[in-house]
Write a protein that binds this ligand. Structure first.
Ligand SMILES: [Zn+2]
Ligand SMILES: [Zn+2]
Ligand SMILES: [Zn+2]
Ligand SMILES: [Zn+2]
Length: 130
């Protein structure tokens, strides 16, 4: 009697686990799709005020060392990058090297620069620090 009850309990647990797995897998697929969409929409942007990657802890950090030559934080990607005047102080897209306006999306027909990986001819092409 006890064994019978135990067996049916195990059966219930197994069935629930299987059902749980199925549900988890399908919701996992949904998450993957959402993540991919977010990734394409959000490309890292270099902050025009400090030169660090936006959203990074070091971005506009109060204790960041300010570079005497360019006024951005020392050691950031944009520090002393010698950007064109039109791009100075502006946020730069790390995906294509263009000025990143609020609505910026990287041009799909942009030609990737072999040296720096940004789009050829963009304001930051071959001008960012290693
Ligand atoms: Zn910043
Ligand atoms: Zn600098
Ligand atoms: Zn871009
Ligand atoms: Zn380049």
């Amino acid at each position: 009697m006890n064994l019978l009850r135990w067996t049916s309990l195990v059966t219930i647990v197994v069935v629930m686990t299987l059902v749980g797995c199925g549900g988890g897998a399908s919701s996992g697929d949904g998450n993957t799709t959402a993540d991919a969409a977010t990734e394409t929409a959000t490309v890292a942007v270099f902050c025009g005020k400090c030169g660090a990657e936006k959203g990074n802890e070091s971005c506009c950090a109060a204790d960041g060392a300010v570079c005497e030559s360019c006024g951005l934080h020392k050691g950031t990607k944009l520090c002393c990058a010698a950007l064109a005047d039109e791009a100075k102080g502006k946020d730069i897209c790390s995906g294509c090297g263009q000025v990143a306006e609020a609505t910026h999306t990287c041009a799909v027909d942009g030609v990737k620069c072999e040296k720096c990986g940004l789009h050829e001819g963009s304001v930051a092409c071959c001008k960012l620090k290693g």
